[in-house]
Design a protein around this ligand. Structure first.
Ligand code: PLP
Length: 429
């Protein structure tokens, strides 16, 4: 495979952009090698600047539920652009978008649009703090909620000691207000809640985690979490930036059958453009300016192009109820193919899958939380990644990321991927 142009672009990019990329995981640091510069995408495929074609299982890290550049989203964008790109004044499509979102997600009675998932989660925590008059919140080790300061905290040593920043530039003050619990472990939550009685504004969680590999919350755990929040007056936030409209029509909250107080969205709801949203109970959302005192704003929020693309995506889902059955069938086919390969090769690597998002961990032990996920052999993942890439399969360049499939993936794509998977696992033994 010739990637000369990608190599020279990467050298050039590094002179002007830190690390040559505008988001760190794109640099291939955890798997080694040279990142590919992409020229175009169509359906299930991406083509790099050297003309190599790949079956893409990243889908821009989640948004491309219908594959790259679907005609109906392109049409919606072209139509919107005729009227202009931004007005900084209300437009009718923002109402349509809010109506459709609240209809698809019944726990969400009011919603505000923002420009990224990070903005959505950051704002959700702020409004929860404003609503409760409390300052601390709980997040789970291994869950990702974007890069706002308050989320870049990991557990310190010992269950009740303070968290520590995961990045320079994040203050100890932030670390003091962010408490860390263990995914799927209700006792770790209870300890924090009772040790910080009447001080916790919110608990935020990915109900299907997608940023420490893929894993689902246990039913009993999420139910107890809901109960604790009700008893203690804590705002329960589901971060559905990745899972919203990915794992089902009603998001992960439909699958786990629990209603959060607030939800956050992003990725799919932008149809490939930069969009986020947060929303939930009316009494909480009405704390936000200009109705209430909690400040939140955005020059380009509700941008007409982003709304056109996002609305087209959601409307397609709304009008095609069998959509997720088709996706599930494809995802199941791929998973079965992988499992078959693994049993033929005597390597029972752990696979978690929820709908069209999945992850094969390079460990043979059960993966249910951060601690079990990090048992994976990341060096072996790097080898697997490059074997797959050389056979034209583009996977996430890091072990703890999801593999996404879209409706554009064909049976031929999946068969080719299953064959490449067999070869790759065989070659890296
Ligand atoms: C991607 C993601 C975010 C951050 O969204 P950005 O648009 O990258 O800011 C937040 N939460 C979850 C669960 C995500 O997957």
């Amino acid at each position: 495979m010739n990637i000369d142009r990608s190599k020279s672009l990467f050298e050039e990019a590094k002179k002007y952009i830190p690390g040559g990329v505008n988001s760190p995981v794109r640099a291939f640091k955890s798997v080694g090698g040279n990142p590919l510069f992409i020229k175009r995408g169509e359906g299930s495929k991406m083509i790099d600047v050297d003309g190599n074609e790949y079956i893409d299982y990243i889908g821009s890290w989640g948004p491309h539920l219908f594959g790259h550049n679907p005609q109906f989203i392109k049409d919606a964008l072209l139509k919107a652009i005729d009227d202009g790109t931004s007005f900084g004044a209300p437009t009718a499509i923002e109402i349509e978008m809010a109506k459709l979102l609240t209809e698809l997600i019944p726990s969400m009675k009011m919603v505000r649009m923002v420009n990224s998932g990070t903005e959505a989660t950051m704002s959700a925590v702020r409004v929860a703090r404003g609503y409760t008059g409390r300052e601390k919140f709980i997040k789970f080790e291994g869950c990702y909620h974007g890069h706002a300061d308050c989320f870049l905290i990991k557990a310190g040593s010992g269950a009740l000691t303070l968290g520590v920043p995961t990045s320079p530039g994040v203050t100890r003050g932030n670390a003091a207000d962010t408490l860390l619990a263990d995914y799927n472990n209700i006792d770790s939550v209870k300890k924090l809640v009772y040790a910080n009685k009447d001080e916790i504004a919110a608990i935020i969680i990915e109900p299907v985690a997608g940023n420490m590999g893929v894993m689902k919350v246990k039913n009993s755990f999420i139910k107890e979490l809901r109960d604790i929040c009700d008893e203690e007056g804590i705002v329960l936030i589901f971060d559905e930036v990745m899972t919203g409209f990915r794992v089902s029509r009603g998001g992960a909250q439909e699958i786990v059958n629990i209603k959060p107080d607030l939800s956050t969205f992003g990725k799919i709801i932008g149809g490939g453009l930069p969009v986020g949203a947060f929303g939930g109970k009316k009494e909480i959302m009405e704390q936000i300016a200009p109705v209430g005192p909690v400040y939140q704003a955005g020059t380009l929020s509700g941008n007409p192009l982003a709304m056109a693309a996002g609305y087209a995506a959601l409307k397609y889902i709304y009008e095609n109820p069998s959509f997720y059955d088709d996706l599930e069938e494809k995802a199941d086919y791929l998973e079965s193919g992988f499992r078959n390969n693994l049993s033929k090769l005597g390597k029972m690597f752990w696979i978690n899958r929820v709908g069209s998002m999945s992850c094969m961990f390079f460990t043979e032990k059960e993966v249910i939380d951060f601690n079990s996920a990090v048992k994976s052999d990341t060096v072996l993942y790097g080898k697997y990644f490059h074997e797959m890439l050389n056979q034209g399969i583009y996977l996430a360049p890091a072990q703890f990321e999801a593999m996404f499939i879209s409706t554009a993936h064909t049976k031929a794509d999946l068969d080719k991927t299953i064959e490449a998977h067999y070869n790759s696992i065989k070659n890296i033994q």
